[in-house]
Design a protein around this ligand. Structure first.
Ligand code: GLU
Length: 445
């Protein structure tokens, strides 16, 4: 059996979104599952719309996703070959130079058309089964604007064959192109590859995912701190699943599990919320040191010993590295900056019938907190403080909050923060005592 060769053939005419790369992921996984070759072909035949920066972005994205090409081509480099085969088709009477009546300014007076044999063409799509197209409906379609300007269908048909592509895996929006490309291949005496048209990808409003519906370039997700493992995992599940309960598969597991017969026909939904939760899974699997390095937390000029202690909190909360960075300067900034306290907020949970409970609680906690050993865990801090707040609760309703709220606020200076036990375990006793003493002074002032 010939070994499998697949290709990803993007046009560098814009920044590609995640849905475009889903095609690359499936083509890659299928090739690697079969120990075959994965080719990347930049389809830059549309010289007016193709831009080097878009091509560079595609290569960057594939490198980031770690979908290395076994061979890489640029379609425009095949012009001489395209010309040779256009001439052959004309000589063989399969195509002809057609005189046109220009309808719009810039239209050509001559183009090269394929002589349509008529009838019907059927191919068996690997995912969708038999698809039949009435060829007569296509007319004598254009295959080149001149000998040096083949159109998309011609270049694709020739390159797929020249590159030995065995399986054309691409989006369902290309189904209608297949008959033309097969006709061209047959006319040239080339074998027809197998075709697998992947389900369309919709956005959360059930509109086709695309620039018009606001799809982000995949590299924006990279820049927000989505991990490549997470994006790969997520994209592989857009229209496919391994047929068991697993949701999180590594690259190796995906390669091993990928079975093209499990690709669904119906469209798939690109859901950013789901992508972020898959990302959180992969972020949590990183070691704390890797988390710091990969999220660039070191560049924030914050105390590195505290950053290391805060990483478990970030793993619990942040869904992207960007969010993690924002948390360190936002909701978790109390670990790095002394809080500004507001007396009214310190008293916010004091029951009116028990005035003075906040200050007495804070004072009462000073000694037990001072007595905590260095490097104490949040769990141990909790076992010291909870009996204290439970005792206040026993004296009258609202006592627990009247202890824990001013304590947490005194430590953090913000209304939402991690619990006071965690803050104390991270700040250490000296800094905690200093913050609580400041709160007591404000309450006494
Ligand atoms: N260059 C085409 C595109 O970007 C893909 C061609 C193909 O996969 O056959 O839509």
């Amino acid at each position: 059996m010939n070994s499998v060769v697949t290709r990803f053939a993007p046009s560098p005419t814009g920044l590609l979104h995640a849905g475009n790369y889903r095609t690359a992921v499936f083509a890659y996984l299928f090739a690697k599952h079969s120990e075959g070759k994965f080719i990347v072909r930049i389809e830059d035949t549309d010289a007016a719309r193709s831009k080097p920066e878009y091509e560079a972005n595609i290569i960057d994205a594939l490198t980031w996703l770690r979908l290395p090409a076994d061979e890489q081509y640029r379609q425009s480099e095949h012009r001489p070959r395209h010309r040779e085969l256009l001439e052959k088709l004309i000589t063989d009477g399969m195509a002809y130079i057609s005189k046109e009546i220009p309808k719009n300014p810039g239209d050509r007076e001559k183009v090269i058309r394929f002589k349509n044999p008529g009838g019907a063409i059927t191919f068996t799509d690997v995912i969708r089964g038999d698809i039949t197209t009435d060829i007569g409906d296509l007319g004598d379609f254009i295959i080149a604007r001149s000998l040096d300007e083949p159109v998309f269908h011609f270049a694709v048909a020739v390159d797929d064959s020249d590159e030995g592509v065995t399986h054309v895996i691409r989006g369902a929006d290309h189904i209608s192109n297949t008959a033309r490309q097969m006709l061209i291949q047959r006319a040239l005496g080339f074998p027809t590859p197998l075709y697998a048209h992947l389900p369309l990808i919709m956005d959360s409003n059930h509109k086709k995912l695309g620039k018009r519906s606001g799809a982000k370039a995949i590299t924006e997700y990279r820049d927000e701190g989505i991990l490549p493992e997470a994006m790969l995992n997520y994209l592989a599940f857009l229209g496919w699943n391994p047929g068991d309960v697993r949701e999180y598969l590594s690259r190796e597991e995906l390669v091993q599990a990928f079975d093209i017969s499990r690709v669904q026909k119906g469209s798939a939904i690109f859901d950013e919320v789901k992508l972020f939760s898959v990302n959180q899974h992969w972020m949590r699997k990183l070691s704390d040191d890797d988390f710091i390095t990969m999220s660039d937390l070191g560049k924030l000029a914050l105390r590195s010993d505290i950053v290391l202690k805060v990483v478990p909190l970030l793993k619990e909360r942040a869904k992207t590295f960007k969010e993690a960075r924002e948390m360190l300067t936002g909701e978790l900034s109390c670990f790095f900056n002394k809080p500004e306290l507001d007396k009214n907020l310190l008293l916010a949970k004091e029951p009116p019938e028990r005035p003075g409970i906040a200050i007495s609680a804070l004072k009462g906690l000073l000694e037990p907190i001072k007595a905590l050993p260095k490097g104490v865990s949040a769990e141990v801090v909790k076992t010291i403080i909870m009996p204290f707040s439970d005792a206040e609760e026993a004296k009258g309703k609202g006592g627990r909050g009247a202890v824990l709220w001013p304590l947490r606020y005194a430590l953090s200076g913000v209304e939402r923060s991690p619990d006071p036990f965690t803050i104390i375990s991270i700040l250490g006793t000296d800094e905690s005592i200093s913050r609580i003493s400041k709160a007591i002074a404000i309450l006494e002032g």
